[in-house]
Design a protein around this ligand. Sequence first.
Ligand SMILES: Nc1nc2c(ncn2[C@@H]2O[C@H](COP(=O)(O)OP(=O)(O)O)[C@@H](O)[C@H]2O)c(=O)[nH]1
Ligand SMILES: [Mg+2]
Length: 201
Amino acid sequence: MNINSDVTGVILAGGQARRMGGKDKGLIRLNDKPMIEYIIAAFKPQTSKLLINANRNHEVYSSYGIEIIADNLSGFCGPLAGMASALQTIKTEYMVTAPCDSPFIPADLVQRLATAIENESADISVAHNGDRIQPVFCMLKKSLAQSLNGYLAKGERKIDRWFEQHNYAVADFSDVPTTFDNINTPEDIENALSRVIANND
Ligand SMILES: Nc1nc2c(ncn2[C@@H]2O[C@H](COP(=O)(O)OP(=O)(O)O)[C@@H](O)[C@H]2O)c(=O)[nH]1
Ligand SMILES: [Mg+2]
């Protein structure tokens, strides 16, 4: 795989953010910059194309000049619904997802997921923090679209159980655990702020 031409990046920003009072998390400001801008900055250089999966505020997100796709399934069915819509849309053989609420994405996220999937000739690779898998950081083959649509059509919603139906590889990120620090509550914003500011210095 050539990660410069074969991988579409997908930012998952389609949730309801209930723990954030329903505010659109990707647009919440962290040190005066919408959270999605941190993800775009880290993720864009790692992919040949970027998509944003969002179910509201499409006009705001489109100001970044990035294609926006909504969930095909209505009713906020969880991140798998965003992954399914994205798999149907992409033109590349692979896609990599990252959530909109994790501002500390490493520069080699895609490379590590690609190495894991290739080493094991797998259809999926998923990031592991040393303790457990982190399913919203994954690489999927486009050929899985039908399987995922079928799984969702049965009413299934759990990501890990769908992964288990396939040959999936695990990519170790235990040396960069901040990758998975994600911002779910107003308190999390306060905690992340000092780190974001330190990173900017
Ligand atoms: N497309 C889509 N994405 C969702 C949905 N629900 C959650 N997500 C995304 O999944 C990711 C994880 O959601 P989050 O609420 O932060 O869950 P947690 O951090 O795993 O507890 C975020 O990027 C959300 O935007 C949904 O119904 N549709
Ligand atoms: Mg989260």
